[in-house]
Design a protein around this ligand. Structure first.
Ligand code: PGA
Length: 430
């Protein structure tokens, strides 16, 4: 049973406070910490921050920590850690708000993850196996990693509007090989960028992708194409883009120069212009997935583009991992893949439920990190246990990103002969 819960404030990969918790049972101590990002909308769960500008610029999380140490502890001590849904429900009942704004999603999620780890230990099974049991899945699959290799948008200080360009080693036969392919491409890319922009072109963005001062997405794609050709992997590596278009939507237009001091006016695009641009990019480069190609409220263009069937269309900001928005998008055929960020929804149980919605609709599922990450590798086990088929955890570089990818290596080794890498079936989450 749960005997003690103790939380503290730690810092995330951006140097901003977040919550860490230690949950104790008779089997030992189980630690979890939660990721974070700038809140991007009203549809996600509420992150509780203290707001005192004199302390960590208003970002400290002492109230969330206190909520764990007092209210949540009191409610959960004595509970069986294998009963994940009851634990999560107890916190939801205690909170009583739709967006978890009373206790804070940062408090609730930290405890939910720690309890999940404790539940696995209680059953003496690996974490991914426990997660699979909780969700009723029997087939464990290592996901295809989507490595961010070029960063832009709000994640980097260059002029590139799109937030991420990623590579997916779908042609690898094992996860270990995928990681090697990702790393080699990343280092070749570093050389390609250095040849054109010098060493400062290889400064990195928040998730570890290079951030050369380019403004045109094609220039980034050309760099990646060249890097892939230097590796010799050819078609085994595909490309994905996270446009994060909400960040540069102005009224009904999209401002591809939103970070540029010298705006020509030529890059102020309509939804139709954006569709033409995506069609062209997909024809010219091996792009297999585009996330948030339009504003989070621009369901019409997203639906139209998704209906063209050119590539996977992922709802990140569009869906906010919110079951109501996911259901609406399924009913309306707005997109065809879910980006799941656990801190947008807030408990392990609810994450499992929203993935089930996506599975039932035969959507793709990409489990995602946040720009503010910690060394917690929970989403690696989550992606295997829930057979997501895809995971996006940043570049194959920087500790908080590698925490997830390295954990996937360990899981693959542990599974041995039974390990299955999603590979070409990356869109078939089941
Ligand atoms: P965010 O971005 O955490 O800043 O929202 C994460 C992502 O979509 O890569």
């Amino acid at each position: 049973v749960i005997t003690k819960i103790k939380a503290r404030q730690i810092l995330d990969s951006r140097g901003i406070p977040t919550v860490e918790v230690e949950l104790f049972t008779n089997k030992g101590m189980f630690r979890a910490s939660v990721p974070s990002a700038d809140p991007s909308g009203m549809y996600e769960a509420f992150e509780l921050r203290d707001g005192d500008k004199g302390i960590y610029l208003g970002n400290s999380v002492n109230r969330a920590v206190k909520n764990i140490n007092e209210k949540i502890s009191e409610a959960l001590i004595g509970m069986d850690p294998t009963l994940q849904s009851q634990i999560d429900q107890a916190m939801i009942d205690l909170d009583k708000t739709e967006k978890k704004s009373e206790l804070g999603v940062n408090a609730i999620l930290a405890v939910s993850i720690a309890a999940c780890k404790a539940g696995a230990a209680e059953k003496e099974v690996p974490l991914y196996k426990h997660i699979a049991d909780l969700s009723g899945k029997t087939n464990l699959t290592l996901p295809v990693p989507a490595f961010t290799v070029i960063s832009g948008g709000k994640h980097a200080g260059n002029n590139l509007a799109v937030q991420e360009i990623m590579i997916l080693p779908t042609g690898a036969s094992r996860f270990e090989e995928a990681l090697q392919m990702g790393s080699e491409t990343y280092h070749h890319l570093k050389a390609v960028i250095t040849e054109k922009y010098g060493a400062h072109g290889c400064n990195v963005g928040e998730d570890g992708g290079f951030a050369p001062n380019i403004s045109n997405v094609k220039e980034g794609l050309d760099f990646i194409k060249e890097a892939i050709s230097r590796t010799g992997y050819g078609e085994k590596i595909k490309i994905a883009i996270d446009v994060a278009a909400t960040d540069f939507c102005k009224g009904t237009k999209y401002d591809l120069d939103f970070k540029s001091p010298n705006k020509s006016g030529q890059n102020f695009k309509s939804g139709e212009d954006m569709i033409e641009m995506y069609k062209e990019l997909c024809a010219e480069y091996p792009i297999v997935s585009i996330e948030d190609p339009f504003d989070m409220e621009d369901w019409e263009h997203t639906k139209y583009f998704s209906g063209l069937g050119i590539c996977q269309v992922v709802g990140g900001d569009l869906l906010m991992s919110n079951p109501k928005r996911v259901e609406r998008a399924i009913n309306d055929s707005t997109c065809n893949a879910l980006l799941l960020k656990i801190n947008q929804i807030g408990t392990v149980t609810e994450a499992i439920e929203v993935i089930k919605l996506a599975n039932d609709a035969h959507w793709g599922v990409m489990i995602s990190h946040r720009s503010g990450e910690t060394e917690d590798s929970f989403i690696a086990d989550l992606s295997v246990g829930l057979t997501s088929g895809q995971i996006k955890a940043g570049a194959p570089c920087r500790g908080e990103r590698l925490a997830k990818y390295n954990q996937l290596l360990r899981i693959e080794q542990e599974l041995g002969d039974q390990a299955v890498y999603a590979g070409e079936d990356w869109r078939q989450s089941s």
